[in-house]
Design a binder for this molecule. Structure first.
Ligand code: DAT
Ligand code: MG
Length: 150
């Protein structure tokens, strides 16, 4: 079972798209593990986006993610990393496939609504960065056997 951090970024929160993002992930069959609504401290933003430090868009990215509250979540499921990134769509919204969140609701790379982890390793690392172990909920749904093959 893979886990991904999912953020509804400040633009998504401001535009009232938290429910839309959650609905699409629920409908896909993914299972919610943790959620919290927070204003992101600069230190957390810098650690989260450390890989992009030094890039031309880095300062704008930190300013954007810390500008207003975000909805931070962890979702899990088989193939969750690829499935969630597929549901989000390509980083650049104008390249995102029709039917994806970024296609359906966004136009600019710097206002692309969501974050999702890009590998199993980063899913685990980002989950640990954003959530304490006791904030992660281990649970099962009656419907799991109709969505998860094993
Ligand atoms: P993703 O969010 O799809 O994983 P990423 O990890 O490459 O994309 O970049 C993180 C965020 O940084 C991305 O969601 C938006 C911003 N970003 C990336 N490339 C950018 C660029 N060329 N100009 C402006 N912002 C950019
Ligand atoms: Mg990324």
């Amino acid at each position: 079972m893979e886990r991904s951090l999912v953020l509804v970024k400040p633009d998504g929160v401001q535009r009232g798209l938290v429910g839309e993002v959650i609905a699409r992930l629920e409908r896909r069959g993914l299972r919610l593990v943790a959620a919290k609504f927070l204003q992101v401290p600069t230190q957390l933003a810098e650690t989260h986006y450390a890989i992009h430090k030094g890039k031309p868009f880095y300062d704008g990215l930190i300013a954007y993610i810390t500008s207003a509250p975000v909805m931070a979540m962890v979702w899990e499921g088989p193939n969750a990393i690829a499935a969630i990134r597929q549901t989000m769509g390509a980083t650049r919204p104008w390249e995102a496939a029709p039917g994806t969140i970024r296609h359906d609701f966004a136009l600019e790379v710097g206002r692309n609504l969501t974050h999702a982890s890009d590998s199993v390793e980063n899913g685990a690392a980002e989950t640990a960065l954003w959530f304490k172990a006791e904030e992660l909920v281990e649970w099962s749904r009656d419907v799991d056997r109709w969505i998860f093959e094993k």
